[in-house]
Design a protein around this ligand. Structure first.
Ligand code: HEC
Length: 504
């Protein structure tokens, strides 16, 4: 509080004296002046290079999801209940517009985030093994805990999945991205943030134990099946980074490029448990990588495809990778053993394979995926790789979820006028049997089941939102727990056992 006030007072004084020099300020729209204005007003929190500090990074890649007009509004009015105060009384309209342009432009010199920066960023609060092994709270079943990510004010809630009651709420890094990942015992969880921070959290002790910044703009992280390693996938710089899971010490730093030396962003990294490996999806070169760790070093195996791939799904045995082609019109099936493309799938409308799920249907395994650009769900036979059904929905969806013990699969409508609706699909008839509209006018999205498949949680994706508990069988609402824009929910048991109805 004191810092905020005094900082802004100081900034105002600096500005007032600058304003005295008159005409110079009036023509203040050249790059250099804006750069200096940024250094005076913003750098203390957002970093001199815009890499972030107490506030988030302000670089074009990182701001990708924030509309320019919204950024301008934030600069003008601030964000309520945060350190980001508004500048409407300190800066004039032109200055605010210039600063907005400035933060959406690439920096004048290339930013590096290499091995040294990563090592220097590491913070170890509690070295591995130094905290007690008993949970500091009481629940019946440690395997039925949930974490709920609240993106509205960057917090995480730990929830008892038997009683469906919050146990603890703690702040996260700015803009978590890609879903937290549990270690195999379900005690530690690793969060990744948009700006590249990996946070290791001890659920038993409710403490952040270690943090490290793996990149400038990160997509997601994966934890190896044995819990020994954490891998980070970055957009900026073009790297994959391997860490020891105990204390987040960096083990290997992998620039991502093809044989010709063209580099690529990494869309995502996944764990392939039966293969003891990681699989990385590359955004700018038509390859997928399988990475194994030997003597704490990453070994990369390249699998080439004919087309750029965006979004991945794996069959339960991790024999095949199903990737969405960048053209948004089809998918390919690649054998992970041979690296060959073995089938093509007609999947128009940008499938969101990352949230696909599988189940048994008439003695065979099927997978289902929503689409980003079409009001449809494709259901695919995983032996013949044929689309056996296309379900028409009320609009493009984002997430699908089910549970081995449940008859139903849930699919949200995430985009368009029906974004407040959720479809429930009978997994044996492949028909939509019910459509819910839990809170008219507010996006309803992302379902996660409890460990037993008996209850499930649905998010009302709004600052003034909630999670809703449903009975998975009767489909009746049981209760609402208010939350600040709850996005993903992550059940310990389902995630560490790679339950078929949830993404990994
Ligand atoms: C006292 C520290 C502080 C100062 C000074 C500051 N900011 Fe911020 N800024 C923050 C914090 C913290 C946030 C994140 C707020 C939140 O939780 O949403 C933020 C958020 C933002 C965002 C939204 C980013 C996003 O991804 O949502 C923009 C844009 C921004 N600041 C621009 C500026 C500009 C331009 C200046 C200088 C004129 C500035 N800020 C000065 C702390 C600061």
């Amino acid at each position: 509080m004191t810092f905020r006030l005094s900082f802004h007072k100081l900034a105002a004084t600096v500005l007032a004296s600058a304003a005295l020099s008159g005409p110079l300020m009036a023509q203040d729209n050249n790059q250099n002046d804006t750069h200096n204005l940024y250094l005076q007003q913003c750098a203390a929190c957002h970093g001199p290079d815009r890499l972030g500090g107490m506030g988030p990074a302000l670089l074009p890649e990182n701001l990708g999801r924030l509309k320019k007009s919204e950024a301008e509004k934030v600069i003008r009015e601030g964000r309520p209940a945060t350190q980001m105060l508004g500048y409407e009384n300190t800066l004039n309209d032109q200055q605010i517009a210039n600063l907005t342009d400035y933060i959406y432009q690439p920096p004048s010199h290339e930013l590096t985030w290499g091995e040294r920066e990563i090592r220097d960023s590491r913070i170890v609060n509690h070295p591995h093994g130094s905290l007690p092994d008993e949970p500091v709270f009481e629940v019946d079943d440690l395997m039925n805990l949930f974490l709920v990510v609240e993106i509205g004010d960057h917090h995480v809630t730990l929830l008892d999945g038997d009683k469906m009651e919050p146990i603890h709420r703690f702040p996260s890094r700015f803009a978590l991205h890609g879903g937290p990942k549990y270690g195999p015992e379900g005690r530690y969880v690793y969060f990744g943030s948009r700006d590249g921070w990996i946070t290791k959290y001890d659920i038993y002790n409710l403490e952040v134990v270690a943090e490290v910044r793996a990149g400038i703009n990160m997509r997601n992280i994966a934890v190896s099946a044995d819990g020994q390693y954490v891998m980070a996938a970055n957009y900026l710089p073009h790297t994959l980074v391997l860490f020891d899971a105990d204390n987040l010490e960096m083990l290997d730093f992998i620039p991502v490029e093809n044989d010709a030396g063209d580099s690529s962003r990494v869309s995502a990294v996944y764990t392939a448990p039966p293969r003891d490996s990681f699989i990385a999806a590359l955004k700018d070169i038509p390859e997928a990588w399988e990475i194994t760790v030997e003597d704490e070093q990453a070994r990369v195996r390249r699998m080439k495809s004919d087309t750029l791939l965006d979004d991945f799904f794996f069959d339960p045995g991790y024999d095949h990778l199903i990737g969405a082609a960048r053209d948004g019109k089809h998918g390919i099936v690649m054998s992970l053993d041979s690296g060959e493309t073995v089938a093509e799938l007609p999947l128009p409308g940008m499938p969101h394979l990352g949230s696909g799920i599988t189940w048994e249907y008439e003695g065979r395994r099927v997978m289902a995926t929503p689409h980003f650009r079409a009001g449809a769900i494709s259901i695919i036979d995983m032996d013949t790789w044929e689309v056996i059904k296309t379900l028409k929905t009320d609009g493009p969806g984002f997430f699908m979820r089910s549970h081995e013990n449940s008859r139903y699969a849930w699919a949200d409508v995430f985009f368009g006028p029906n974004a407040d609706k959720v479809h429930i699909i009978d997994k044996q008839t492949l028909e939509i049997v019910k459509t819910l509209q839990p809170e008219p006018g507010k996006v309803a999205a992302h379902v996660e089941f409890d460990r037993h498949g008996e209850k499930l949680l649905l998010s009302i994706w709004d600052d003034d939102g909630a999670i809703i508990v449903y009975d998975a069988d009767t489909l009746e609402e049981e209760k609402r727990i208010p939350m600040n824009k709850p996005s993903g929910k992550y059940n310990v048991w389902n995630k560490i056992n790679y339950e078929e109805g949830t993404s990994h």
